[in-house]
Design a binder for this molecule. Sequence first.
Ligand SMILES: [Zn+2]
Ligand SMILES: [Zn+2]
Length: 367
Amino acid sequence: MKAALHEEIGKPLSVVNDVDLVGPKEGQVLIKTEYCGICHSDVSVMDSLDLTPMILGHEAAGIVEEIGDGVTSVNKGDYVLMTPIGPCGNCEMCILNRYTLCERGQSFVFGTLPDGSTPFSWNESPVYQGLGVGGFAEYTVLEERNVVRVEKGIPLETVCLIGCGVQTGVGSVLNTAKVTAGSTVLVMGLGGVGLSVVQGARIAKAEKIIASDPVKERRSKALKLGATNVIDPDNDDLINAVMELTLGKGVDYAFDAVGNSELIALGLTVSKTGGSTVIVGAPPPDEELKFPSSLHLMMSEKRLLGSLLGSCNAQKDIPLLVEYWQRDLLDLNNMISQTYSLDNINSGIDDLRNSIGIRSVIKIHET
Ligand SMILES: [Zn+2]
Ligand SMILES: [Zn+2]
């Protein structure tokens, strides 16, 4: 089958036609992948991770081709979304409702299925399954709990965004931070994840949603999707601007959707006494967080929260997010700027690197 391979750090993906696939084994599902969004984490892996070759792509939707023994929640022909972390429901973390920390779900970091195997091979050597999905290929095999059934006939080219960006952004608001109605929110970085945070804050009925990004088109999108105020951090002093908009108090919740330690520290500065700063974007692995005053944090009881995939229980939250989209509470169309074929996937990756558009989606099959 055709797939895009990450072969070397910092190099474009190579599209090849002869990747092999095994499965589905017991408890697994074989999926014909139809659409897959390009997420910032794919590019971070391309630039830093030496687990190669690897098939990236983790914001994917498709149609079930075959089910393994024991699979009960989906059948051949079902429309499904895929999720990097599918909760097992039985481990300590799942029992504590910390679903994205599921012990069995952490294999996404290592590019394998939980049993350490990968369904992909190329020239008889294993190919890693990037971020738990391997969506930049014509077919993939996942465990049943990483597969979520959605309504048949639903436009997969649109709802695929829920698999990562929307789960991450909206989930960080509703699950991690638990933003309350009437509160004030700052969102830094307005790509697919940041705009999902904006929409989550609107769904949570935040009163003031301040959105910051140097790219004008992204600020305009944010205003369309629910932001009440926008800041251009290249031209305005972000701290002053936020303080002015909040009568000198700061915000209840600050979200870093970029994955940048300076922005996280800035969030801690502009969040109000008792407020929260949420790390939503993935910072580079070796980046350290520096904050000027630990005493200030202690005295102000400010909180710093990590948010992995929006702290979502994918099996419960993905259907809920689809329903939000169906009820027009969630605007996905305004987040998709471009569709590329798998052959042209590197153009989509260049767009993301150059902050062109919001989300590019890859149409995996030609016809
Ligand atoms: Zn678990
Ligand atoms: Zn992602």
